[in-house]
Structure formats: C-alpha cells, structure tokens
Design a protein around this ligand. Structure first.
Ligand code: HEM
Length: 111
C-alpha cells in the first residue's frame, strides 16, 4: 500500500495567512508527479502552532524522485534572503520543519 509523508511546519500566528497563500499559489507543483496520490494542508484548530503538510505516494521511490526533482519547483522562493532583496527570496513563514514518514496499513472510504 501507499506511504504517507507529513511535513510538520511550525508557523507563528501572524504568519498563517502568508503560509496559506504560498501553498495556494503552489499546489499545482506536486499534482502531476508520478506516484503522487494526495495532498492536504492541515491548519491547526487548537493545541499546537504546527501545520501538517500531508502527502501520500504510491511508493517511497516515487516520493524520493519528487524530492530530488520537482520538489524544488514547489519550494522555490521559500527560504533564503530577506524579501525585496535583489535576487533574494521571501523570508519563510515557517520557523521550523520536521518530516514524518508512515506506511498505510489499513484504510477505508465511504461506501
Ligand atoms: C512531504 C513533502 C514535503 C517536504 C519534505 C517539504 C519541505 C519543506 C520545508 C523544509 C519547508 C520549510 C523551509 C522553507 O520554507 O523553505 C517547506 C515549506 C513550504 N512548502 Fe514544502 N515540503 C513538502 C511538501 C510540500 C508540497 C506538496 C507543497 C506544495 C503543494 C509544498 C510547498 C511549500 C510551501 C509553499 C512552503 C512555505 C514556506 C514558507 O513560507 O514558510 N511543500 N516545505
């Protein structure tokens, strides 16, 4: 079965809108990738300041291929120099990130 890769992004309250806007404008960057199955950006409702970037893939290999290829396009402009600098990139909205990996062992959908 599939594998799930969740990127956990720590986002200060005043940066939430910036983060969501950036994802909204880049969602297309992953959709056409081989083995890509699902993406969700999960906004925390309570108890944490961490957003979950949920992605599901046919295999670990498909995920690794995306990471070493078009992942870079999805992440252009997300880190580096200060906003407005010539040649610089906008400051990240997230202050930290951690990657979680899972394999799907059971699943169900509505009948
Ligand atoms: C599970 C796979 C993913 C990994 C390992 C990953 C990695 C990262 C990392 C390390 C950051 C924070 C550093 C930075 O801002 O450059 C980040 C932020 C971001 N990622 Fe991803 N990402 C993943 C999935 C995705 C997907 C599928 C998309 C597009 C739909 C995406 C779009 C973005 C955007 C827009 C940011 C916002 C940066 C910000 O303003 O803070 N990421 N990602």
């Amino acid at each position: 079965m599939s594998i799930v890769k969740i990127n956990v992004l720590t986002v200060p309250a005043d940066q939430r809108e910036v983060l969501e806007q950036r994802f909204a404008s880049r969602a297309g960057a992953v959709e056409g990738s081989d083995g890509f199955e699902w993406f969700e950006l999960l906004r925390p409702l309570e108890g944490t300041d961490q957003y979950l970037v949920y992605t599901r893939w046919r295999s670990e290999e498909d995920f690794q291929n995306w990471m070493s290829g078009s992942m870079k396009a999805a992440h252009q402009g997300t880190s580096g120099g200060a906003e407005g600098e010539s040649g610089g990139r906008p400051k990240p909205a997230a202050t930290g990130s951690t990657l979680w990996s899972f394999e799907v062992v059971q699943q169900a959908s509505p009948k």
